[in-house]
Design a protein around this ligand. Structure first.
Ligand SMILES: Cc1ncc(COP(=O)(O)O)c(C=O)c1O
Length: 366
């Protein structure tokens, strides 16, 4: 699988190269709250890992995930990352021959999972200013057929940054009840958004996938959850893969992460917003490149480079030569991917400043 590679270099060699600044995979490279790491070390010291974890996850953690979403009566299944939550949900709710609506561009694995479940994928192009670089309910309505059983929204959308207002989530949910499809609300980047409202607030046909990979820097630990109302939850739990539980080091770290969230999350969001502003302001002073969604969105900025006369892959290769791992949109959209790249902003401020300074040369291929 080469989908994490950049400019022809393997992901493993990139990730382990200390000379590179990692701005390609939307991970969080800012300092972690120390008590989170301490809680994980404690599991190792006490050898708690000798036992299996409870199959749906530690009760305390499941409760924290639900409380964080602020919706009563829903249940959380703890999974190895949001990825497993998404796949398990899709395998529970879809039959071969069903159709799934996704956006183009989008994180590609929802469509990949749909295909592997022998479903048809309807990808709605969203690479337009007037659409805010995301799907909207009216447009989804135009593409509904009786075969559509799931609409998957990534909110904010990786890779563009387009975020969904509460009114659109609500409208999508009422469409779901009228037409009998499910809504998968992938909230991977919700902690960075200023407007996020989970679809499970409005519909019993909705599932929310959550993760700590991006906000809390847990990407390599694998923590996620699928959250749904009881009837849908039971179906998802029936399709659970990790029946012997998610690793306890991660779960104890996640409990501490939720417990201390009010301490670290506002700081993280403030730093991320500030980094995005630095990058967006720098782009505004340059010709040929522009930020797709200048504010809100995730811990990244998508940059359209069509005006430079170079492809996104060429620009990404120039960035790598200068020591920055960034990613072109190619893996998220064969149709639009060569027009834009995506730059992660949860990195030290010095890295953002260095990237901003190097940007003219990177764009020009100098
Ligand atoms: C939109 C989206 N969904 C899901 C994931 C999966 O995240 P994880 O499995 O690390 O929780 C990612 C990771 O990049 C993503 O960008």
């Amino acid at each position: 699988m080469a989908f994490l590679d950049v400019a022809g270099r393997s992901y493993e060699s990139l990730a382990s190269d200390p000379g590179l600044i990692q701005m390609g995979h939307n991970c969080n490279h800012l300092p972690l709250e120390p008590s989170i790491v301490e809680a994980m070390m404690d599991v190792l010291r006490r050898e708690e890992f000798r036992n299996y974890a409870p199959s749906h996850g530690l009760e305390e953690l499941r409760g924290m995930v639900v409380a964080d979403l602020g919706v009563r009566g829903v249940k959380a299944l703890i999974t190895h990352g949001g990825t497993e939550a998404i796949y398990t949900t899709m395998s529970a709710l879809l039959e071969p021959g069903d159709a799934v609506i996704v956006s183009d561009p989008a994180w590609p694995h929802i469509a990949n999972f749909a295909r592997s479940l022998r479903c048809k994928v309807i990808a709605l192009p969203v690479y337009e200013d007037r659409l805010g670089y995301r799907m909207n309910p009216e447009w989804i309505a135009l593409h509904l057929t009786p075969e559509v059983k799931l609409v998957a929204i990534v909110d904010p959308l990786n890779p563009t940054g387009g975020a969904y207002p509460a009114s659109e989530i609500e409208a999508l949910c009422s469409l779901a009840s009228r037409h009998g499809f499910y809504v998968l609300h992938d909230s991977t980047y919700s902690d960075f958004s200023h407007s996020h409202v989970p679809a499970i607030r409005y519909s019993e046909r909705a599932v929310v996938s959550v993760t700590l990979s991006k906000s809390c820097g847990f990407a390599g630990l694998r923590f996620g959850a699928a959250v749904a109302h009881p009837a849908v939850f039971e179906r998802i739990a029936d399709h659970q893969i990790s029946r012997l539980g998610v690793n306890l080091v991660t779960q104890r770290g996640a409990i501490t992460a939720y417990r201390t969230r009010s301490r670290w999350l506002p700081v993280l969001r403030q730093i991320n917003d500030q980094h995005k502003r630095l990058l967006v302001d720098r782009l505004a002073s340059l010709r040929g490149a522009r930020a797709l969604v200048p504010s809100d969105g995730g811990n990244f900025v998508a940059i359209d480079v069509a005006g430079t006369g170079r492809t996104a892959e060429q620009v990404v290769a120039s960035a790598l030569q200068d020591g920055f791992v960034v990613r072109s949109g190619a893996y998220t959209s064969p149709r639009f991917g060569d027009r834009f790249l995506r730059v992660t902003t949860t990195v030290p401020t010095a890295a953002i400043e260095k990237f901003c300074a190097a940007l003219p040369g990177i764009l020009a291929g100098a």
